[in-house]
Design a protein around this ligand. Structure first.
Ligand SMILES: Cc1cc2nc3c(=O)[nH]c(=O)nc-3n(C[C@H](O)[C@H](O)[C@H](O)COP(=O)(O)O)c2cc1C
Length: 761
């Protein structure tokens, strides 16, 4: 590699306010967790430029892995041990000693997840207020104390309370780890770090039984403490002992981490600068309801949620009852505990093998599908092998335990799937919801009366895995189909075809691929900077390409209308739907009513007196990339209310701030010849004077060319014929034209802006 190539980046760094105008206008609400802003400030202070080689970057990355990923693994391991302590205790007759009956034992597992479900949003909120390290440490201390306190529990209710509190404190893990991961690693590095702490989970399945075995033996004949109590006490004490170690290692943020002080603070700048790539495409930190709506309109959201449920339900069940199932094969208590150890090894070996194969074949879903076949086979065997054959049953149990590999693989598959800040947050929250519900339901289908075979539980688990398998394959093909569609769009826009998924590439592969792609883009006369890496991640065969919008610029489209009787309003709603379907950020507005209210009422009007949307202002108009004006006819022309607003944009005319924006029109008139075309024409001079690009519909919608019935919608734009007395409602054809206009208009503006960004103009 020559010198020049080896330089990772030489970039001008923007101040946050330049990066994100919307962000700049809103003052930071909270004091803590402003790391991103601090990071940008630090870089700015360093002169805005930084050069470093790949070798330097890797060195910093290794240190980050040690100081951040390692303590995260410890924490994850500890929380898993604390959570599983109840299943180890169960093997030592916890139920008998504490008089548990019916589903009470199941509830000791389910309640942890119930508490997590409730507390996860609270914990996520707390993360905005408290520095992440302190929050994690506080919770780790508290859940360790909870585990220790469980020692003293001698009946169901105290046990339940301790477990519930454990769940509440452990709820912090997921949101905190997501935040920490995003704070330290590039998106393509994140899945491997996620997998690292998932492996720590499997380590718990090795150390937990080992510890329990040792404790069991040591306290077998003790008269002061029962084995199950000693397990809670010991595991709780071990977790508490790790608190100072994690405290010492784990930093709060890249801007304050002590381990980055080396090289006169250069390591810190590199660590921060690397992350700049993650911010590309993050336009705003504002919560957007449109994206929430979009998330729940996306069939993938439901498919991912169903997959999470199907993976978590058996995991919750076997997690709690694994020990009891194997004990039922006829092993002694201590042997049962030892028999759990290989499950941890299965998790680790299975995960590493799956990742290796994924990296080799550069596809995720086929690996996940094959992995899912194992637990199905193991589960079926568990129900079929005669109870007299403990060896066969144990083998079947181990095969079924490959299920432990599913969740980590699923995380790294759907992790990068959604883009757009709000959509990402909502998608993640939905996945967590499904995961937690699965974990709650799982133990509930293991009935005490069915011990030791727990057939219902096993049948439910097998059904879940079968559905999961179907969903994985369906999702694999669905993403492929979406990829193909997006590729066609990309090619139509002049971008190169055949983008690859960088998230499963090594640093070297990713760097080489970036160089190759940049060369292709330059050869096609495009600016590579306009194409960011994260966009590729969302576009490939293995990841969800739905959010092409990361590199296709999302236009801000205004639908601005005046409507006295509701007809123009109905067309406007259709246009909004159309523009939203095209992926635009739609901002609906109304024109200010200028007539006195009593007059409007006198002539039978009303809707203009109660505007549904904010009133348009000249400043809001300038914020838009394009807008469609909805103006009903007044004597063949636009209404005075619309004209009054247009006349108030003199300052914008003087500054030329509307030049290059896009506009369209739609209208409504009582009669067929009362202004269906002239109303549009009457607005056109305004566009011409302001330098606005006019987008007419032409004859693309059925209503325009159709003469079978009387209806509106001319080549100028959508319209409706309201009837002589205004009693008609916009027809299906007219609404179709309005919706089509919104979609077409947004696509035209979006393609223009995307092309503009790509050529850097
Ligand atoms: C003062 C005034 C003038 C109008 N002039 C015309 C006209 O020239 N031709 C016509 O067909 N309808 C005319 N109309 C009817 C309106 O265009 C009709 O009420 C409107 O399209 C309904 O739209 P809306 O329900 O969105 O308010 C006029 C209405 C008013 C109040």
């Amino acid at each position: 590699m020559d010198e020049k190539k080896d330089i990772v980046s030489v970039e001008h760094l923007e101040a946050p306010e330049l990066r994100d105008a919307e962000h700049a206008s809103s003052k930071p609400k909270y004091k803590a967790n402003t790391q991103l802003d601090d990071a940008a400030r630090l870089l700015e202070e360093a002169g805005g430029h930084i050069e470093y080689s790949m070798a330097e970057m890797k060195k910093v990355l290794r240190r980050i892995d040690f100081y951040v990923c390692f303590p995260m693994c410890i924490t994850y391991w500890i929380q898993q041990m604390d959570k599983s302590s109840v299943s180890y205790a169960a093997v030592f007759d916890l139920q008998k000693h504490t008089n548990l009956h019916g589903t009470q034992y199941s509830w000791l597992s389910s309640v942890v997840y119930c508490a997590q479900l409730v507390c996860q949003p609270i914990s996520a909120y707390a993360l905005i207020v408290f520095p992440v390290k302190y929050w994690v440490m506080f919770n780790m201390t508290m859940w360790s104390i909870c585990t220790i306190c469980t020692t003293a529990c001698k009946s169901f209710v105290p046990l339940l309370i301790c477990r519930m509190l454990l769940g509440a404190f452990e709820a912090t893990i997921m949101p905190s780890f997501i935040l920490i991961t995003q704070m330290w690693w590039l998106r393509r590095e994140q899945s491997y770090r996620t997998i690292a702490y998932q492996i720590a989970n499997s380590c718990a399945a090795i150390f937990g039984p080992l510890m329990s075995y040792g404790i069991g033996r040591a306290t077998e004949r003790s008269s002061t403490i029962l084995e199950y109590q000693a397990i809670f006490l010991f595991i709780g004490a071990v977790s508490l002992a790790f608190v100072p170690i994690v405290w010492w290692l784990l930093p709060n943020s890249p801007t304050t981490a002590r381990f980055l002080e080396r090289n006169g603070g250069r390591d810190r700048l590199i660590a921060i600068h690397r992350l700049k790539e993650n911010n590309t495409g993050t336009k705003t930190s504002k919560f957007k309801w449109a994206q929430v709506w979009e998330t729940y309109r996306d069939p993938k959201t439901y498919m991912w949620a169903a997959m999470w449920f199907c993976a978590a339900c058996p995991s919750g069940g076997i997690g709690a009852f694994g020990g009891l199932i194997t004990k039922g094969f006829g092993f002694s208590t201590l042997n049962t505990i030892l028999m759990q150890i290989p499950t941890g090894c299965i998790g680790i070996v299975g995960l590493l093998t799956s990742i290796y194969i994924t990296n080799r074949i550069k596809m995720r879903w086929p690996v996940l599908a094959v992995v899912t076949i194992f637990p199905i086979a193991g589960g079926v065997a568990l129900t079929q092998v005669p109870r007299s054959k403990p060896g066969g049953l144990m083998a079947a149990y181990y095969v079924a335990y490959v299920f432990a590999v599913i969740q980590p693989l699923l995380v790294s598959w759907c992790n990068l799937n959604a883009s757009g800040t709000t959509k990402r947050v909502v998608t993640t929250a939905t996945m967590f919801g499904a995961l937690t519900i699965g974990n709650i339901v799982g133990p509930q289908v293991y009935f005490a009366r069915e011990a030791p075979s727990y057939l219902t539980g096993l049948y439910v688990d097998i059904a879940c895995w079968c559905i999961l398998l179907i969903l994985i394959v369906t999702m694999g093909f669905y993403l492929k189909y979406l990829n193909r569609k997006q590729e066609a769009r990309r090619v139509a826009l002049g971008f190169p075809a055949g983008l690859k998924d960088m998230s499963i590439m090594s640093h070297k592969e990713a760097e080489e691929y970036k160089q190759e792609l940049n060369a292709k883009l330059r050869a096609a006369g495009m600016d590579p900077d306009a194409f960011n890496e994260n966009a590729f991640e969302d576009l490939t065969d293995f990841e969800n390409p739905h959010f092409m919008s990361l590199n296709v610029v999302r236009p801000k489209i205004g639908i601005i209308y005046y409507s006295m009787y509701g007809h123009t309003g109905a067309l406007a709603e259709a246009a909004i739907r159309g523009a939203e379907a095209a992926g635009a950020e739609v901002r609906p507005y109304n024109f200010q009513e200028t007539l006195p209210a009593d007059l409007v009422k006198k002539i039978g009007g009303g809707s203009s007196l109660e505007p549904k949307h904010p009133i348009i202002t000249p400043e809001a108009l300038v914020e838009l990339d394009g807008f469609i004006i909805g103006a009903p006819t007044r004597f063949g022309r636009m209404p005075a209310q619309v004209n009054a607003f247009l006349d108030s944009t003199g300052a914008q005319y003087a500054q030329g701030s509307l030049i290059g924006k896009f506009a369209g029109t739609f209208t409504s008139s009582n009669t067929q010849h009362g202004g269906q075309e002239t109303t549009h024409l009457n607005i056109l001079p305004y566009f011409v004077h302001q330098g606005i690009i006019y987008v007419p519909n032409g004859y693309q919608f059925k209503a325009t060319g159709d003469t079978a019935t009387v209806h509106g919608s001319s080549p100028y734009g959508a319209s409706t014929v309201a009837g002589g007395d205004g009693s008609f409602k916009p027809s299906a054809l007219e609404l179709e034209a309005a919706e089509g206009q919104g979609k077409y208009f947004a696509n035209v503006v979006g393609a223009y802006l995307t092309g503009k960004a790509a050529i850097g103009k």
